[in-house]
Design a protein around this ligand. Structure first.
Ligand SMILES: *Cc1c(COP(=O)(O)O)cnc(C)c1O
Length: 360
């Protein structure tokens, strides 16, 4: 078969990372966040490794329905905004829990004729200013649900905007505001994403919501995944498909962004932005060839990248290339490309084959 990139998904790494999250927040319940196709890893694939999670959380109704139909039997929370009564009826049909994140959604909640009791997490905006009811609206929302004889469970949640800044004032303020408005309520509470779990133990509450850490990336700019004992789940692989002995002054690829500073070997690997490798990755972005780092040299094209192989004059067509994963943290590639690993993972395109691998 022609050389083509693939991603290996290490389910034992998922189990390991989930255990790291559990150890960081002992005794708390866990929503494993697997929105956006499990951050590009393949949500149905990942599900098998999440047996130890108490529930899963997705962003969209369609994601929740897909995973319920796949046979996931524990609670599934849809974090995103549902589109009116119709979506609530569907959520109930598929036993999905929903999020209320604006008072305007309340009339739909109260009007929807659902086939079974819906559980709702009320999202309170404590400072992110994206989704969530205002703190001073909580009493009203709760009284409306009570007046409407709401029969499902109720939970209270918020989301941090800056949890990756350890000891940041903003998170402290969000946490205190959440405490103030919710502490006298009898309901379960949830605040923490991965960064919150690792940096804000005071905020663990009843449920935590790890996402990126499950996939083995660090939520912090200044701390590596390895330092956090997180293992990469996705390894993005390809191979060398061509080798060129170029001479000093030769320009490589579109725009001639790389000009050979000396006579040198340039390798071509079968991967490009059409597979989800970031097009804006600059010269020098690390790539592994035969397990050793070499720099990207020249602009990323749709199906190919070009590599400075001066350190590997013995390289051959067919040699293994790793874009990120085992041996090269996605966080490092993301930093080089001016983005975050979340975006790299989500950007893997449909033509890239996903393969399960288990290291234990
Ligand atoms: C995506 C998301 C998470 C997970 O965040 P990570 O930074 O990936 O851990 C948690 N809670 C909510 C509401 C989210 O949208």
């Amino acid at each position: 078969m022609a050389a083509a990139p693939c991603i290996d998904i290490d389910l034992s790494a998922v189990r390991h990372n989930l255990a790291v999250a559990r150890r960081a927040a002992p005794g708390r319940k866990v929503f494993a966040v697997i929105k956006a196709n499990a951050y590009g890893h393949g949500d149905r694939l990942i599900l098998d490794a999440l047996a130890d999670a108490d529930a899963i959380a997705v962003a969209r109704l369609s994601e929740g329905i897909n995973l319920r139909q796949h046979g996931y039997a524990r609670p599934i929370l849809v974090l995103g905004v549902l589109d009116g009564v119709q979506d609530l009826v569907l959520a109930a049909e598929h036993s999905l829990d929903v999020t209320l994140s604006h008072v305007d959604q309340l009339p739909h909640m109260l009007r929807a004729e659902v086939s079974r009791a819906l559980s709702v997490w009320i999202k309170i905006d404590t400072g992110m200013h994206r989704l969530g009811i205002r703190p001073d609206e909580l009493q009203f929302v709760l009284s409306q649900l009570e007046a409407g004889a709401w029969s499902g469970d109720i939970g209270l949640m918020t989301h941090f905007a800056n949890a990756d800044q350890r000891d940041g004032d903003e998170t402290r303020r969000q946490l205190e505001l959440f405490e103030t408005v919710t502490s006298r309520q009898p309901f379960e509470r949830s605040l923490c994403n991965s960064a919150g779990i690792l940096a804000w133990p005071d905020a663990h509450a009843d449920w935590v919501r790890p996402g990126i850490m499950l996939y083995g990336s660090s939520p912090f700019a200044e701390t590596s995944a390895r330092e956090l004992d997180l293992k990469p789940v996705m390894t993005f692989r390809s191979e060398l498909v061509s080798l060129n002995h170029l001479i000093k002054g030769d320009a490589v690829g579109y725009g001639g962004d790389w000009v050979c500073p000396q006579d040198m070997l340039v390798g071509v690997a079968a991967v490009g932005y059409g597979d989800g490798y970031p097009r804006h990755a600059p010269n020098g972005t690390p790539v592994l060839v035969n397990g050793l780092e070499v720099p990207l040299a020249g602009r990323v094209s749709m199906d190919l990248i070009t590599l400075d192989l001066r350190s590997q004059p013995q390289a051959r067509v067919g040699d293994p290339v790793v874009l990120w994963g085992k041996g090269l943290a996605a966080d490092r590639v993301a930093a080089a490309a001016g983005t975050i690993s979340y975006e790299l993972f989500c950007g893997i395109t449909g033509r890239v084959e996903r393969r399960i691998s288990n290291t234990d």
